[in-house]
Design a protein around this ligand. Structure first.
Ligand SMILES: Nc1nc2c(ncn2[C@@H]2O[C@H](COP(=O)(O)OP(=O)(O)OP(=O)(O)O)[C@@H](O)[C@H]2O)c(=O)[nH]1
Ligand SMILES: [Mg+2]
Length: 308
């Protein structure tokens, strides 16, 4: 190398930091994390309380490694499961270098959002505001919303984006990168997510439960991968169990002549094959297990700490 050539390292310092994405349920946190990483690391559904545990995703932006942490939505918890989810969300904000509060612009400044913003302020963590779903509202509504929220907590930055349409996200990445502390990267550049494959399989099945069933079923279902067997032909056999709390929920999940569970299994299998780029044989079981959402073991199986 000649003396005049600049090594890449000299272009600036390496940066690395944790950015927690927090907000009310259904604000679009997981959609945002998927859009920023350009891949599916976290499941998304139209129903609130889709994400149950923290998921880390790594995005490289120039010399900065942005470690995004998707968190469960923050709401008033009732069940043991809900308490553990909300605790995981606040824990994510506490551990982070930067918290991004994401607000559904169409829903606006709800009581829930106000409470989260006030608590975020008390935590004293550096915070940025991201008004999401800008595609659903008249642009004139964004500025007043931003002003009201910035009155409660003066945010270091306010973004207005559509995570779904991918609008405004380049700026988000650029600003996040600039605001991370200098330091070495914590993860290999291609280490996209910390979700183990067994968890991924369970999550993809749960996403279909959320999308294909309604009312009380989605929030009373949990999915666990029971076994994962590699086959000689390069495919894998995955056995998962969906636990529900009542026999009526089990009947809905199975559907007439098994039609519903078949449809859930088929869609999940296709999705898994695309994500893992291999053939998958997926076997889905449904079991009734009253009170699993109050059970320590089931909650720990989700990777949640259960202090309560
Ligand atoms: N129109 C529109 N819809 C969006 C946008 N971002 C997310 N959504 C939709 O909002 C719903 C909730 O999205 P999620 O990403 O699952 O929301 P979340 O905040 O992770 O929800 P929880 O995990 O339940 O807390 C889904 O139906 C998304 O498609 C957006 O920018 N525009
Ligand atoms: Mg989510």
């Amino acid at each position: 190398m000649s003396e005049t050539e600049t090594p890449i390292e000299a272009e600036g310092p390496r940066r690395c930091g944790l950015v927690a994405i927090v907000g009310a349920p259904n604000a679009g946190k997981s959609t945002l994390v998927n859009a920023l990483t350009g891949t599916k690391v976290s499941i998304v559904s139209p129903k609130p309380q889709t994400t149950r545990f923290r998921i880390r995703a790594v995005v490289m932006q120039g010399l900065a490694q942005i470690i995004l942490v998707d968190t469960p939505g923050i709401f008033a918890p009732r069940r043991r499961l809900d308490r553990a989810m909300v605790a995981a969300a606040w824990g994510g904000a506490q551990d982070a270098d930067l918290a991004v509060l994401i607000v559904d612009a169409r829903a606006g400044l709800t009581d829930e959002v106000r409470q989260i913003t006030e608590k975020l302020k008390k935590g004293g963590r550096r915070a940025m505001l991201l008004l999401n779903k800008a595609d659903l509202v008249d642009p004139t509504r964004l500025l007043p919303l931003s002003r009201d929220l910035n009155e409660i907590l003066p945010f270091a930055e306010t973004f207005m984006v559509s995570a779904l349409k991918g609008r405004g996200l380049d700026k988000v990445l650029a600003v996040l990168a600039q605001n991370l502390p200098e330091g070495p990267w914590l993860f290999p550049e291609d280490d996209l997510s910390d979700l183990p494959q067994r968890m991924l399989a369970a999550e993809i099945v749960r996403e279909q439960v959320l999308r294909q069933t309604h009312e009380e079923v989605p929030h009373h279902a949990t999915v666990e991968t029971e076994s994962w067997a590699e086959r000689k032909d390069g495919s894998a056999r995955i056995d998962v169990t969906i636990y529900v709390t009542r026999s009526t929920q089990k009947a809905i999940l199975i559907g007439d002549g098994g039609a519903k569970i078949k449809s859930i299994g088929q869609t999940a299998r296709r999705e898994l094959e695309a994500l893992l780029e291999r053939r998958i044989h997926l076997f889905v079981n449904v079991k009734e297990r009253a009170g699993w959402d109050e059970e320590r073991g089931r909650i720990r199986a989700l990777g949640l700490d259960d202090a309560g």
